[in-house]
Design a protein around this ligand. Structure first.
Ligand code: PLP
Length: 398
């Protein structure tokens, strides 16, 4: 019999993808320049030149049979050694190759971690608004999702609400900073407070509560914001990292799960992640992309464009009377919908060829997400359309 949950997941495309597909059709009708698509988190700047250069070198120099063969399930050892060396140097905490499990992007690291750390009927805390796939991944692992809203004024974690939500069934909490969809970057003080809460709860309930740190936007921070390395603050942290956004290679699918040595029952946790990868059929992360990493660790695409876009859009939208919390990282902005029904507001925006994503699938109502990983010129062209939209909803700009 068909698995109805899977059928529904396949049939009901994500709201973001739906809007993106609509945008493609609209661009065909009106031309690329006439549509202002802010729907998708696809990096808009090319990878560093070294990425293509290194890929070509690897293809030319490595024996084909090695290059295109399976690697160890956990990833090629010399690649993991290089990544571990880089992480140790960057975060001032010793990381070893046998703590790394290479994955098909952060998405696979998350599904492996959730399947490894959560048993059927246990709970996973998501801080809303959250990346919609978290619910799919957590429920796919058999967990029940518990949503805890972030503070409305800045979308940072509401630690007292998190404390209230934890109970004997809590197995894990997902923390995503820099955040999709709000752009919030959590401070060391906030993460330390969260760590205290989790430590107390572990003591009270007598079992580990894991923090799953989802970090595909680690390098995308602006205005001096810092992204603390959470394993230094809380021992039961599993890091899910991806090179998709920092190197602009989301279609290539490479990332890792890191189980640092201070995690309780570290070997069991690592083996469970490897077991989850096996049971989900990942086999190994793409060999070519693994072998790219040693030469490009620490490099990023030219990220200054995102900062320029952020400043331009934030200042223009604020002047028009929209209410937006200034984003500190990633490449998303979360705008208050002038009406409670954000889906209706997004439909109105379409009249001006503005493609925005309503917040409902992120677990909160009344907001829209704007992905500003787009061409700066498109943002400039879109401003009159935003202005007309603001007028339609009676916003008072400067
Ligand atoms: N986590 C968050 C918060 C994301 O926004 C995304 C992708 O947009 C992912 C995970 C998945 O990233 P990857 O391409 O590495 O699988």
């Amino acid at each position: 019999m068909i698995n109805e949950r899977m059928r529904d997941l396949g049939r009901r495309r994500s709201a973001i993808r739906d809007i993106f597909e609509y945008g493609l059709l609209r661009k065909r009708e009106l031309g690329e320049e006439a549509v202002y698509d802010f729907s998708l988190g696809n990096p808009s700047v090319p990878p560093p030149e070294a990425v293509n250069r290194e890929l070509l070198r690897i293809i030319e120099e490595l024996p084909s049979v090695t290059l295109h063969g399976y690697t160890s399930a956990a990833g090629d050892l010399s690649v993991r050694e290089a990544v571990a060396g880089y992480l140790s140097k960057t975060h001032g905490m010793e990381v070893f190759a046998n703590e790394l499990y290479m994955t098909v992007g952060a998405a696979a690291a998350l599904t492996c971690a959730l399947n490894a750390l959560v048993q059927r009927g246990e709970e996973v805390i998501l801080l809303s608004p959250y990346f919609p796939e978290y619910r799919v991944f957590a429920e796919g692992a058999g967990a029940s999702v518990v949503e805890v809203e972030c503070r409305k004024n800045d979308f940072h974690p509401d630690t007292s609400a998190i404390k209230k939500a934890i109970n004997e069934k809590t197995a894990a909490i997902i923390v995503n900073s820099p955040n999709n969809p709000t752009g919030a970057v959590y401070t060391e003080a906030e993460l330390s407070e969260l760590s205290e809460i989790l430590l107390d709860a572990q003591k009270e309930y007598g079992h580990p509560i894991y923090l799953i740190a989802d970090e595909p936007y680690r390098e995308l921070v602006f205005g001096g914001a810092r992204v603390p390395f959470i394993p230094r603050l809380y021992h039961n942290t599993v890091v899910c990292y991806s090179f998709s956004k920092s190197l602009s290679i989301p279609g290539e699918r490479i990332g890792f799960a890191l189980v640092p040595k201070n995690v309780t029952n570290r070997t069991d946790v690592y083996n469970a992640i490897a077991g989850a990868g096996r049971s989900l059929g990942y086999v190994c992360a793409p060999s070519l992309l693994q072998r790219l990493l040693p030469a490009v660790l620490g490099m990023t695409s030219e990220l200054s464009v995102y900062d320029e876009n952020r400043r331009l859009l934030f200042s223009a939208l604020s002047k028009m009377g929209f209410s937006v919390v200034p984003p500190e990282g990633a490449f998303y902005m979360f705008l208050r919908s002038p009406i409670e029904n954000a889906a209706e507001f997004c439909l109105a925006a379409r009249k001006y060829e503005l493609l925005l994503v309503p917040s409902d699938s992120f677990g909160v109502s009344g907001y829209v997400r704007i992905s500003y990983c787009v061409d700066t010129e498109m943002i400039k062209r879109s401003l009159p359309a935003f202005g007309a939209l603001a007028k339609e909803f009676g916003l008072n700009g400067d």
